[in-house]
Design a protein around this ligand. Structure first.
Ligand code: SD4
Length: 321
């Protein structure tokens, strides 16, 4: 891995001379240029990637693919960081955040949404059927119900049991990787070469009621610029929001960094400003050429890539070893 000094030197040079970043791209791991469709998602998500690939195989767009893909963990009661089965807030309510972005720069988002199993589809409906980008709470729920979504209880017995156990001490301290951060951020490139992205989560377990994380915030949890690439984030949303993390990663790619360099530089932005010892943030990015990269603060972040139908789960490099 590039050491920090060399990395910073490379980064600053490549900012001035974008072609330098390309000169170095072969030395950067996790870059596999492709001309074909690609699906990439945070954490170990082979089923989600398979659903996204199936949507592409049917001729769907990258937007269709990311929506279909992230619906898999949203519906999975065993995935306790996303959708149905997600861990509740400290008052026992499952509240969901999601956003989606297409190749034209259109975006839709829902925050603090309750009772709807597929917040990503509500986010897409916000994007396609309203003049707005983001709906929140009761307004988002009413919009969903008016658009044919059904109200469901999302708190599973397993999540409720864990929450009641937590209530005995009610100590709140997010600890890196212990909360099993499994928020899914997904990026896809379709056969036309268009990029779209989606991000969906139940947020931090036992968060304060009303807390919204980075995942539904365009530019924080997700950003797509179809000319250059897309990025998404996972981990402690407060730190991602403070640095506009995904926008920063895409902006760095626009300036000539490879996806790997861009993810590393965005993570360093956090590390240089915050006490990061106990927290995890991971970034994942893909550029227009289909090169990809990922980087996290702590060890333990991985991602799933489907490239030419071959699925691989890859451990991301990290700042702390
Ligand atoms: C949040 N970023 O709500 C999300 C949590 C997360 O994997 O990524 N979990 O802050």
């Amino acid at each position: 891995m590039l050491n920090r000094r060399r990395f910073l030197t490379l980064s600053s040079l490549s900012g001035l001379f974008p072609s330098l970043a390309f000169a170095h791209k072969n030395s950067v791991l996790h870059s596999a240029p492709t001309s074909g469709p690609l699906v990439i998602s945070t954490w170990k998500q082979p089923k989600a990637n398979a659903a996204a690939q199936a949507a592409l195989d049917k001729g769907g767009s990258a937007l269709d693919a990311v929506e279909a893909g992230v619906k898999i963990p949203e519906a999975d009661p065993d995935d306790m960081s996303v959708g149905y089965g997600g861990r509740p807030d400290r008052d026992g309510h499952v509240t969901l955040d999601a956003c989606i972005m297409d190749e034209k720069g259109n975006a839709g988002s829902v925050t603090f949404l309750e009772h709807i199993k597929h917040p990503i589809s509500v986010a897409r409906a916000v994007m396609e059927k309203t003049p707005h980008v983001m709906l929140s709470g009761e307004g988002a729920l009413n919009f969903a119900l008016a658009n044919g979504f059904t109200k469901e209880n999302l708190l599973t017995p397993k999540a409720e049991k864990e929450w009641r156990e937590w209530l005995k001490t009610a100590k709140y301290k997010p600890i890196a990787n212990i909360e099993r951060h499994d928020t899914i951020g997904m990026l896809a490139i379709d056969s036309k070469g268009n990029i779209s992205g989606a991000c969906t989560t139940s947020g931090l377990a036992y968060k304060m009621r009303g807390r919204v994380g980075d995942s539904p915030i365009i530019g924080a949890g997700l950003f797509v610029d179809n000319e250059f690439g897309g990025a998404c984030a996972t981990g402690l949303g407060e730190l991602v929001m403070r640095t506009c993390g995904s926008f920063l990663v895409v902006e760095l790619m626009r300036q000539g960094r490879t996806p790997q360099q861009a993810c590393e530089e965005a993570a360093l932005r956090i590390v240089n400003k915050q006490d990061f010892k106990d927290i995890q943030v991971g970034f994942l990015a893909v550029n227009k050429q289909g090169e990809y990269g990922a980087f996290s603060i702590q060890k333990g972040f991985n991602y799933t890539i489907t490239l030419n139908r071959a699925v691989q789960v890859i451990d991301a490099k990290s700042y702390l070893k």
